[in-house]
Design a protein around this ligand. Structure first.
Ligand code: HEC
Length: 181
């Protein structure tokens, strides 16, 4: 009897361990996904192989927005921005969100990511941010903001916004994608 109990105990312990090690952190139950603004560990999973993560992007621009890689899987060279971007990876989506509307503070950020939907960037109306007024963005000045971190009046954007060294083709595709948000 004692032996049987010990055996059952051992089996349960082993099963318990297997279960513990088998369990992966479940991000979906918390209603908070790797692509939400501020989620710190987008590259905790290998986003290129995890079947739960969409890798079928419908355009090059969308792929860059989500992954920081272009359709040839080349990493877009980036500088500035918070340290975690380099440790965990991430791209526009990590800060500006799935809908491009930003508005959510991010870790180690000193300003809140702005709304970068094309419509808002190019509208005549004042943007609600801490910057002085500037003329509406055009495709040309959007690309300067992304590459050099300057707004249309030449004012430097906060360092929280990384600088992305995109090729002309990738930039065009990315701006096309911002138009769909
Ligand atoms: C680490 C967070 C972060 C990432 C990643 C990021 N941004 Fe930003 N972005 C910001 C913040 C914060 C601002 C606001 C800067 C400011 O107000 O000075 C900003 C501003 C901008 C602006 C200027 C908007 C305005 O209102 O003047 C554009 C355009 C932009 N981001 C595009 C992008 C694109 C495209 C990507 C991806 C290639 C990207 N950002 C990735 C944080 C980020």
């Amino acid at each position: 009897m004692a032996r049987t109990l010990i055996s059952i105990g051992i089996i349960l312990m082993v099963a318990g361990c297997i279960n513990v090690y088998d369990e992966r952190p479940d991000t979906t139950d918390r209603g908070y996904e790797w692509h939400d603004p501020g989620y710190m560990y987008p590259a905790q999973y290998d986003s290129m192989t995890d079947p739960n993560i969409i890798t079928d992007f419908s355009s090059n621009g969308e792929m860059i927005y989500y992954t920081g890689l272009n359709e040839n899987r080349q990493e877009i060279p980036v500088s500035g921005g918070p340290h975690w971007l380099y440790v965990h990876g991430g791209s526009c989506v990590s800060c500006h969100g799935v809908d491009g509307k930003g508005g959510v503070p991010i870790m180690m950020g000193t300003v809140i990511p702005s709304d970068i939907t094309y419509e808002v960037l190019t509208s005549e109306e004042d943007h609600e941010d801490e910057h002085e007024e500037h003329p509406p963005y055009t495709d040309e000045t959007i690309s300067i903001a992304i590459r050099e971190g300057k707004d249309p009046s030449g004012e430097e954007l906060d360092y929280t916004m990384p600088r992305w060294d995109l090729s002309d083709e990738d930039m065009e595709d990315l701006i096309e994608y911002l138009k769909t948000l």
